[in-house]
Design a protein around this ligand. Structure first.
Ligand code: GDP
Length: 445
């Protein structure tokens, strides 16, 4: 799915004309694809529509950096907007846990990952912040849920409130509060009952618990794979209980995280954490730029554009690109390629950022090329005459000897350079035949 999206946007890049500023049409064309991408990533339609509208205003008339295409520029603008929007205010990964014992209320649907997340958070608070943590399960409907929390507590070395059969959630919450105070705990986490769907009873129960616990944080746990539904769940919980933050689980799966954007837009609540697996340490603070990249399905292109803006000399790169596409890749091109690479953190660094180029980066690595070699290779090319650079076919034994000597290196090293040049020229020819034009364009234009 990701590749298709990159390819499709690649197509947009090709269609857009190079211009000094983004025209309304350029922006519209690119944003149409971005809108589809958002919908594919499960962003709800009204949210996608509003978002695109806001970006359209920002992007139209924005100046295009010489070294990137208008399409890339649009994506960068969209990405930055998305990051700013997702990030919101407040520090991700931080919870209000001052004034011990600080109650944290965990709410969400059954199966969203609430109990697991409770344990993950407890572990994190204990290990990273040195807090003394108590956990209590309020799920009186499912004794198994209480057992599950107790087992997780043992695994992570965090205390759980002893289970007393027949108590109602409010009584358990009160007992947790007393126990947390007496036991000198800094934080206590209340894992409320979930249901498969929101119903009045569930909400009433959570509200009653909230009223006795007076939580410092109320965290809504939402399955990141649920997409659209997540928005309704979040709205309902926020309206009725009051949510201070969201934890998105199952972001290790295929989900694209569009739910994050929708929820943020509709509730305005910050996403604090992201669950990345079943284990108790698979919890991370929310990184808006990662989710933005995921939603767009092309995160790395953004960093490529950033680097290109910083370092690439557009005209030179474009000239070289044209030559490469025609299969005319000589030593002068290789030299400027090598010089650009030095600036951009080496060839592998550069290639690994390009969609579909990971394999080529590996080939480069296997050919034994690293950044210290780049310097020597440039020295070898400098030692060649103008004609030799333009036509490496001229290089027979005596010329090779002279060149190697001029660079203070062995002929074997020159042979490696020539081999690499041949390989690169081959790969480039293949890519151009396979229609990878847009990929290369992204790399060097
Ligand atoms: P609850 O009913 O909301 O308390 O949900 P649970 O905590 O029992 O989790 C339901 C299932 O989802 C369990 O099998 C968990 O191991 C799994 N789970 C929870 N969080 C994540 C996550 O971030 N990634 C993955 N892959 N699985 C998760």
């Amino acid at each position: 799915m990701f590749e298709n999206l990159s390819e499709r946007l690649g197509g947009v890049f090709d269609r857009l004309t190079k211009a000094g500023a983004l025209s309304e049409d350029d922006v519209k064309t690119a944003l149409r694809e971005v809108r589809t991408a958002l919908l594919e990533a499960d962003v709800s339609l009204p949210v996608a529509r509003d978002f695109i509208k806001a970006v359209q205003k920002k992007a139209t008339g924005a100046s295009v950096t010489k070294s990137v295409t208008p399409g890339q520029q649009v994506v960068k603008i969209v990405h930055d907007e998305l990051v700013a929007f997702l990030a919101g205010e407040g520090e991700p990964g931080k919870l209000k846990v001052d004034n011990p014992p600080a109650p944290i209320l965990m709410v969400g649907l059954q199966g969203s990952g609430k109990t697991t997340t409770t344990a993950k958070l407890a572990k994190r608070l204990k290990e990273r912040e040195g807090k003394r943590v108590l956990m209590a399960s309020l799920d009186v409907n499912r004794p198994a849920a209480m057992e599950q929390l107790a087992i997780l507590g043992q695994q992570i070395g965090v205390d759980t409130l002893p289970i007393v059969k027949g108590e109602d959630p409010v009584t358990i919450a009160k007992r947790a509060k007393t126990q947390a105070g007496l036991g000198g705990y800094d934080v206590y986490l209340l894992d409320t009952a979930g249901r498969l769907h929101i119903d009045q009873e569930l909400i009433a129960q959570a509200a009653a618990v909230r009223d006795v616990a007076n939580p410092r944080e109320t965290l809504l746990v939402v399955d990141g794979l649920t997409g659209q539904d997540a928005v309704n769940v979040a709205t309902e919980f926020d309206d009725k209980i009051g949510v201070t933050g969201v934890v998105l689980t199952r972001m290790d799966g295929d989900g694209r995280g569009g739910a994050a954007l929708s929820m943020r837009a509709v509730t305005g609540k910050p996403i604090k954490f992201v669950g990345l697996g079943e284990k108790t340490d698979a919890l991370e603070e929310f990184h808006p730029e990662r989710v933005a990249g995921r939603i767009l399905g092309m995160g790395d292109i953004v960093s490529l554009v950033e680097k290109a803006q910083q370092t690439l000399e557009a005209e030179q790169a474009e000239r070289m690109m044209k030559r490469m596409m025609k299969g005319q890749f000589n030593m002068n091109d290789l030299k400027s390629q090598l010089e650009q690479m030095q600036k951009m953190g080496g060839m592998q660094g550069m290639m690994s950022m390009m969609p579909g180029m990971g394999k080529m980066a590996k080939q480069v690595q296997e050919s034994g090329m690293d950044d210290s070699i780049i310097k020597r290779q440039i020295a070898l090319i400098n030692s060649m005459t103008k004609q030799e650079r333009a036509n490496p076919g001229l290089l027979q034994a005596s010329r090779k000897k002279r060149i190697a000597k001029g660079a203070g290196l062995e002929v074997s090293e020159l042979n490696k350079l020539l081999k690499m040049h041949r390989q690169m020229a081959d790969v480039m020819k293949k890519i151009s035949q396979k229609g990878g034009k847009s990929m290369l364009k992204q790399a060097v234009s």
